[in-house]
Write a protein that binds this ligand. Structure first.
Ligand code: ATP
Length: 342
């Protein structure tokens, strides 16, 4: 029995986390959920803070969390819960696999890109100030050698362990010479320790263009926090949108799994949210804890449901509800082979 912290979140969060929990249950993996309903705005209302201390303690104890999206107020209000958790728990890797699924109409067929986004520093360091008199706002992009090395080292090792081919470092070292220059320099140094990984580097604006021209030539990408945030939404768009891309926030000991998408308030409560992204995040979680067969069953079942194409939500061209799509994935899990080869 695993103990896992669960944050249903808000907006479409509760709908898609319900789906993901049902899917894990269908695999037969036994989980006791530590549920935290009051996070973000609900946390402020109930406890006077967006992230209750008990939530942090629960993740530190369990080591694992499945998280639905939590809305961040724009411009004012409390700080992003997502960014806070990543920094507080030192989850320095944000891994986002963007892979084409059958039956989603996109301009490209063979996109299979894994993005490694540095998750704790850069422009999201939280070092911000506003000078009332001069009316000047500053947001500092702090990049450290240590922070750069650990995400780069993780990405290179992951490429080898998962038998992928290449790693592209993305930067803006021609203009942001000191900050992203430091990141690029470390990438070049570390690449010498991994001669089997084909390493190259791109400036972020060129990378954005290359990704929409010929995404199929890219394999794994490692980059700083803001660039990773933007490029992963871009890559999500290449494979069918935010509804299908999962994510993992990983530290040395703790891990929080969440979809790339936000709380999507525009479709909350309409039963049209695509649960795939959080279901695949649950699959990443199971893989992370060594439940490899259960993780593969989920990937297989999701693939089957897309191939069949009858139970897809509107964002990917169907007219099924969140629940109908979940039901069909559960059904497929019960049909899935019990043993998958590597
Ligand atoms: P955040 O700033 O919190 O990351 P965001 O700006 O990325 O959020 P989202 O809330 O992810 O925005 O929504 C962006 C668009 O994608 C919205 O139109 C939303 O309806 C759509 N969307 C996001 N997630 C899903 C989903 N799971 N299913 C269907 N549509 C989705």
């Amino acid at each position: 029995m695993y103990s896992i912290t669960l944050i249903p979140g808000d907006g479409i969060g509760p709908e898609v986390t319900d789906s993901a929990c049902r899917i894990i249950e269908a695999t037969g993996v036994n989980v006791r959920w530590d549920r935290f309903e009051h996070v973000g705005h609900a946390g402020v209302q109930k406890y006077g803070q967006p992230v209750p201390d008990e939530l942090i303690q629960s993740i530190q104890t369990n080591g694992l969390c499945l998280k639905g999206p939590v809305t961040t107020p724009i411009g004012k209000g409390f700080r992003s819960v997502n960014v806070f958790l990543r920094q507080k728990l030192d989850l320095f890797v944000n891994l986002r696999p963007c892979k084409c699924l059958p039956n989603i109409t996109t301009p490209f067929k063979d996109v299979d890109i894994v993005i490694f986004r540095e998750n704790t520093e850069g422009l999201y360091s939280g070092i911000e100030s506003y000078d009332e008199r001069l009316e000047i706002a500053d947001s500092i992009a702090r990049i450290t050698r240590k922070g750069s090395r650990r995400i780069l080292d993780y990405a290179f090792k992951w490429v080898i362990a998962n038998r992928r081919k290449s790693l592209t470092a993305v930067h803006k070292a021609n203009v942001l010479k000191l900050s992203t220059g430091l990141f690029l320099n470390e990438a070049k140094i570390i690449s010498r320790d991994f001669p089997d990984v084909w390493f190259n580097h791109f400036i972020v604006d060129n990378m954005a263009m290359q990704l929409v021209l010929k995404p199929e030539v890219f394999d794994c990408i490692v980059t700083t926090n803001l660039f990773g945030d933007i490029l992963s939404d871009l890559c999500a768009g290449l494979v069918g949108g935010l509804g299908v891309v999962p994510g993992a926030n990983l530290g040395d000991r703790l891990a929080v799994f969440e979809a790339v998408h936000g709380s999507a308030p525009d479709i909350a409560g309409t039963s049209t949210a695509n649960p795939t992204a959080l279901i695949r995040s649950a699959s990443l979680l199971l893989h992370h804890i060594g439940e490899i067969q259960a993780s593969k069953q989920i990937e297989w079942a999701v693939h089957q449901v897309y191939e069949e194409g009858e139970s897809l939500t509107p964002d990917v061209g169907g007219n099924a509800s969140t629940e109908q799509m979940t039901d069909q994935i559960v059904h497929m899990i019960h049909q899935a082979p019990t043993v998958f080869r590597d």
